[in-house]
Write a protein that binds this ligand. Structure first.
Ligand code: ADP
Ligand code: MG
Length: 389
């Protein structure tokens, strides 16, 4: 990716066009950012009503491995990105033969596999939770007692706590693996978490890298619920360690694009890496309103080969994830009351039906001070029927 794809029309009157594999909310926000900067966009997603497909200039409605769909994407786009990590790596490899693709299929392939991902973290010198890879009955029987109680996680296709079973005993472990149909898994020791945090970096093809500040994340039932980002949310020493580890992980992959790394903060203050996402992340949605550049703008810049400058957070911020649970059969949440609160920014993804656990949108709250932001966020949560934090 040596030459930048400049936005707007070229001398032949053709619009510079960027493509994205996947039409979920992350794709939608990528499309918004790309269009704001003057790019045409193409989304490939099989779903006719996908959040990104609905707002893109063009929507290729085929399966991710469909030959014709991929050929059309290549023909229409100058460069292509992805918005979810389970997009088939072979599809990215195909696209990469014809166009710049960021992130590259090899980085996505590592992030798709918990065992490969952990091996990469270890190679980069970043501590991981004690764990064992379970792909065979011998490996299951060889699990040592110190990994229990633990969490059995499928190596592939897990998200939002899906594909995970908590196990206390050897018997439960065997039953859990059977329940997961004996697919390749990783057993992780259950750690005593003080908190969780994440870091998002953007790295260009020239190796230039910038980062957002460390985000403090609260998960409920395996799904991100609240992200808080302001001075002091995470102790400065831990924050510096997390940023350094994330940069090392991105560097080790020769990564191009936006990468999020999630960490556990243990009771003793120790930092352990959990997992990475080769794309913008739910914990970075606050950047849309609290930073001078959003994570999606940085995704556009890395894809187009444009320069990167260090983003600056200008306001303390809290993000509340808006899950389908907040909708009832006969009523939407009271947005009129929520938006009467100062510094509230509503983002809804255009999904037509709400289901429990489904990510429908998020609410960003900005303000002058962390205290003011917290007070507003708690009022908003109460109005929405979300538990306090
Ligand atoms: P997903 O890919 O579904 O996000 P994670 O591995 O990040 O799965 O797990 C989801 C959540 O479960 C984490 O954010 C954390 O709150 C909890 N969790 C996962 N692994 C551990 C562990 N080893 N010890 C304690 N809590 C864990
Ligand atoms: Mg996670």
């Amino acid at each position: 990716m040596s030459r930048a794809i400049l936005p707007g029309s070229n001398v032949h009157g053709q619009m510079a066009t960027l493509g994205v594999m996947g039409g979920g909310q992350l794709g939608r926000m990528f499309v918004h950012a790309a269009q704001t900067m003057g790019y045409f966009t193409v989304v490939l997603d099989p779903d006719a009503a996908s959040p990104a497909g609905l707002v893109s200039h063009h929507h290729i409605q085929t399966d991710y491995l469909d030959e014709q769909g991929l050929a059309q994407l290549v023909q229409r786009c100058a460069a292509i990105t992805t918005e979810f990590e389970n997009v088939p790596a072979p599809a990215l490899l195909r696209l990469g033969a014809h166009r710049p693709v960021a992130p590259a299929s090899q980085a996505v392939a590592i992030a798709q596999d918990r065992a490969a991902e952990k091996a990469h973290f270890v190679r980069c010198g970043v501590p991981v939770a004690p764990h064992a890879v379970i792909e065979t009955a011998e490996q299951l029987n060889g699990v040592t007692a110190d990994l229990l109680p633990g969490i059995l996680k499928t190596s592939r296709m897990g998200y939002d706590g899906k594909g995970q079973i908590r196990v206390n005993t050897r018997e439960a472990l065997g039953a859990a693996w059977a329940e997961l149909k004996g697919v390749p898994c990783v057993l992780e020791k259950m750690l005593s978490l003080q908190a969780e945090c994440s870091v998002i970096v953007a790295r260009g093809a020239d190796g230039q890298m910038v980062n957002f500040p460390v985000q403090l994340n609260l998960h409920r039932e395996g799904i991100l619920a609240v992200t808080s980002v302001y001075e002091g949310a995470v102790p400065a020493e831990v924050a510096a360690q997390a940023v350094a580890a994330t940069r090392a992980i991105a560097e080790g992959l020769h990564y191009v694009g936006v990468l999020c790394v999630e960490f556990f903060m243990l009771e003793g203050g120790q930092l352990v890496v959990n997992e990475m996402a080769p794309r913008p992340h739910n914990s970075g949605h606050y950047t849309l309103n609290a930073c001078d550049q959003s994570q999606f703008e940085l995704q556009v810049r890395t894809l187009a080969g444009l320069p990167l400058t260090q983003p600056r957070q200008h306001s303390p911020s809290i993000m509340l994830n808006l899950l389908g649970d907040l909708w009832t059969a006969d009523a939407s949440p009271a947005w009129d009351k929520v938006l009467a609160l100062p510094g509230t920014h509503l983002h809804l993804y255009g999904k037509l039906s709400a289901r429990p656990g489904r990510k429908m949108g998020h609410l960003n709250i900005t303000g002058d001070t962390p205290e003011a932001v917290r007070a507003t966020a708690l009022l908003a949560a109460a109005l929405l029927g979300m538990a306090a934090f």
